[in-house]
Design a protein around this ligand. Structure first.
Ligand code: NA7
Length: 546
């Protein structure tokens, strides 16, 4: 995390721009927030985006096999039925390139790009109490002075490259999946090592193995995965989407995770074993994230979860031919879906290829990178390319790499020293007029992201509209409301199996030294939406408006 201090007093900036509002980011969240504030409220607003184009997470994550795990007819904006009819998805799950085309289409449809400043990374934002303005600084030295500041920086946008000694000495090439070169990487004839077996590694391995001379997968924690069963959408389903935009929106708004499917009411532990196996078998054949919706008690009871876990482990042992590799891949130490559950296209099958091998770096951890390759406690693995599929400093990382300071110069990194604290995942006490889209403490990553994003962007726009109507200048979360919310987020998580996974990025436990706090709100999107609405109905309860 960069510890930047910005001295605005000695401002040598190349210019100062005054605006009503500034949005940081131009991914799903930034684009829609810009649209809401500019076109619905008529504000003078801009978005600043570090990338050279729109797309956010999808702009950077161009690794082989990059694809969304939510189904395409649920992974888009639903605020405009007309736009839903105009766009046509080609596959069950949208690939990275198709999502980029979609976001460009959306940005062009509403002429948003003219108000986005690309290639512009925000380094600092300081609140000035006397004028009630945020002073926002970019890497190039520009300053923006704005009343409202909205971060739309994504939850998974700060790449985590583990601090292995010797990386600089490596003679080959290395890449992090979240900062993938636009021109792609040619693996043909290369010895490739991939570190990490989260959702990303599980998507990338089968594609890399197709062209690499050899792929070595370095696994620390074995992971569950369910087949995605991606297919082209049939013309009938494409027509169904065009005919039913409102129903699709309503479906994603009425489910716990913003997905178009419901969690079944039945209980795994009350279902006879044979029937339960048949249900899992059907869910496995159908594929996708819906597997975790098979039973209601799956995320609440360890015994219930074990039934799903054992089913998947059995499948891994069935698919993978080499017994030693199968044992390593199925030696999973956490409940199913306690970490974000991956879905795959041929991941376990990849280990049956003669050019793929698995290395257990839990037994023999990676100690350093040598000029030739990866060195574990036991051996050196010579490589031409290392792929870091090692995840992200999730949720707080993108916020804390900016020098954000609220009232009295208090730094966000100090306010969050013991873990993120905010109210509704939307505002931090001491940081007036700063809104954080899909911040920690909101459903965010436990929800289908566009659904969570639309709700936040609309809530923020409605709030600013209300303030303007009432002649109010400042909104700020009350400290006691924030304390209560943090307690509620913790309590809800503690009633689930979610905090049980070691190294989970939901907990910040994947980053050495990061405070271990369960970050997303696990009470479900429907309940969360109700809470946010009730807060407004009670006159923005928990916020002070002045
Ligand atoms: P994840 O899910 O955080 O996975 C990162 C992987 O990298 C995971 O297998 C880690 O093992 C491994 N890792 C991280 N650091 C190390 C070190 N030092 N040594 C060995 N292995 C390491 O990131 P993804 O990019 O796959 O997925 C992120 C989200 O993007 C995903 O959940 C979806 O929401 C989309 P570990 O499990 O920590 O032992």
């Amino acid at each position: 995390m960069a510890d930047v201090t910005t001295d605005f007093a000695t401002d040598k900036s190349s210019g100062t721009t005054e605006l009503d509002a500034l949005v940081i980011g131009a991914g799903f969240a930034g684009l829609y927030q810009l649209l809401c504030l500019r076109d619905r409220l008529g504000l003078k607003v801009k978005s600043l985006e570090a990338g050279s184009g729109v797309g956010g997470t999808w702009y950077w994550n161009r690794y082989p096999g990059a694809r969304c795990d939510s189904e395409s007819h649920a992974y888009w904006y639903t605020f405009s039925p007309e736009m839903m009819r105009e766009w046509e998805w080609s596959e069950r799950y949208p690939g990275q390139a198709e999502i980029m085309r979609y976001l460009n289409f959306a940005a062009d449809r509403f002429d948003l790009k003219k108000d986005i400043q690309f290639d512009t990374r925000v380094t600092a934002a300081h609140y000035d109490q006397a004028t009630n303005r945020w002073h926002v600084r970019t890497e190039a030295g520009e300053t923006f002075v704005v009343k409202f500041l909205i971060t739309a920086v994504g939850c998974l946008s700060t790449a985590n490259v583990p601090n292995f000694p010797g990386l600089d000495s490596f003679k080959g090439d290395w890449y992090h999946t979240g900062e993938w070169p636009h021109e792609g990487v040619d693996f043909t004839g290369k010895r490739v090592g991939m570190i990490g077996t989260g959702s990303t590694g599980i998507q990338a391995a089968p594609v890399i193995a197709e062209t690499a001379a050899h792929l070595t997968v370095f696994q620390r924690t074995a992971n569950y995965s369910v087949p995605a069963r991606n297919v082209p959408l049939t013309p009938e389903f494409q027509q169904y989407i065009k005919d039913n935009p409102t129903e699709i929106r309503e479906a994603t708004h009425s489910t716990l995770n913003g997905q178009p499917f419901r969690i079944e009411e039945r209980m795994a532990l009350e279902t006879p074993p044979e029937e339960r196996e048949a249900i899992y078998e059907k869910a496995w054949e159908r594929g996708g994230l819906q597997f975790r919706a098979s039973f209601k008690d799956m995320m609440a009871s360890k015994a219930a979860n074990d039934t799903a876990a054992e089913f998947i482990k059995g499948k891994i042992r069935e698919i993978v031919k080499d017994p030693k590799t199968a044992a390593l891949l199925s030696d999973i130490d956490h409940p199913y879906a306690a970490k974000r559950p991956p879905i795959d296209s041929g991941y376990f099958e990849t280990f049956n290829r003669p050019n793929v091998s698995l290395v257990d770096v839990k037994a023999a951890p990676i100690e350093r990178i040598s000029p030739a390759g990866v060195c574990t406690k036991d051996a050196e693995y010579p490589l031409d390319i290392i792929v870091f599929a090692t995840g992200f400093d999730a949720m707080t990382g993108p916020m804390l790499r900016m020098d954000i300071r609220g009232r009295d110069g208090v730094a966000l990194k100090d306010a969050w020293e013991a873990g993120p604290r905010n109210y509704l995942g939307l505002q931090v006490a001491g940081f007036p007029n700063l809104f954080t889209i899909t911040g920690p403490g909101s459903p965010s990553v436990l929800c289908n992201m566009p659904v969570a994003i639309e709700q936040h962007a609309e809530w923020i726009a409605d709030c600013i509209a209300y303030m303007r109507k009432q002649g109010l200048e400042r909104i700020e979360a009350r400290p006691e409301a924030m304390d209560q919310w943090v307690a509620e987020v913790n309590e809800i998580a503690s009633k689930t199996l979610l905090p049980m996974a070691k190294h989970s990025w939901y907990l910040g436990a994947n980053i050495p030294g990061k405070p271990k706090v369960f970050m997303p709100y696990a009470g479900g999107m429907v309940r969360y939406r109700e809470i946010c609405t009730e807060v407004v109905e009670r006159g923005y309860e928990g916020f002070s408006l002045t």
